[in-house]
Design a protein around this ligand. Structure first.
Ligand SMILES: [Cu+2]
Length: 111
């Protein structure tokens, strides 16, 4: 085969890879998921190991946030179907609220 032929095959392969249908990027994976539903965090208390991740998913049409009382974590405003992930990289117990509806309470325990 000539260099030109090899180059042609290479370009075709590149095109094939570039044009292959891609799967939608999966939502960020997490070790534990907390659903935000009907103005509550479900489950209200989650326990993870140090270094694991927690994902909050807002199932409500209302906007919510996830804010640790000790400021260890704070999410942006989560609209319906939005998700937010926090990596629990330090042991401890973290009580949190929704900054918009402070009566919504939850707790993360990192072991
Ligand atoms: Cu809220």
């Amino acid at each position: 085969m000539t260099t030109k032929t090899l180059l042609g095959i290479f370009v075709l392969l590149l095109l094939a890879v570039a044009c292959a249908p891609k799967e939608a990027a999966p939502a960020a994976e997490a070790d534990v998921t907390v659903r935000i539903k009907d103005f509550a965090f479900i489950p209200e208390v989650v326990t993870v190991k140090e270094g694991q991740t927690i994902k909050w998913v807002n199932d409500d049409s209302a906007v919510h946030t996830v804010e640790a009382n000790n400021k260890a974590f704070s999410s942006p405003e989560l609209y319906q179907n939005d998700a937010w992930v926090w990596k629990a990289d330090k042991k401890g117990a973290y009580e949190y609220i929704c900054g918009i509806h402070p009566s919504m309470k939850g707790k993360v325990v990192v072991e």
